[in-house]
Structure formats: C-alpha cells, structure tokens
Design a protein around this ligand. Sequence first.
Ligand SMILES: [Zn+2]
Length: 73
Amino acid sequence: MAQSAVQPSSATAAEPVKLPVGAIAPWAVFFGILMLVLLYFVGAEQGATAVTSGENVHEWVHDARHLLGFPCH
Ligand SMILES: [Zn+2]
C-alpha cells in the first residue's frame, strides 16, 4: 500500500510580503542624497569645485578618492 508522506494541505500558499513603499521612499531619498553628498566630497571636493577652503576635507577623503579611481594629483 503506497502512502504519500506529504499530506495535501488546504492552507493557502505563501504570499509575497508587501513592502510599504510609502514608508520606505522618504528614507531612500534621504540616504540617496546623503550618498551623493558623500560622493561629492570624495570625488570633487578639490580646487575650483571646492565648497570649503583649505585642504582638510581633501586630506580626510584622500585614500577613498584613490580607492574609487577619481583623479587627484
Ligand atoms: Zn591623491
């Protein structure tokens, strides 16, 4: 007598989780802008495009600039 080890289930199939896009969107925009500002300071904060005077910001992000392949010196 053959018996199946899997019982047919009357439970519903798993449903995908609905993401609350309305709740996530403001945070995504916030962190996107934050990343763009960080990318600016790493990649373009030098010389004529500098927001701050001096070389402090450039020196703080200098290694990251070379790591990401931005031209430097
Ligand atoms: Zn450099």
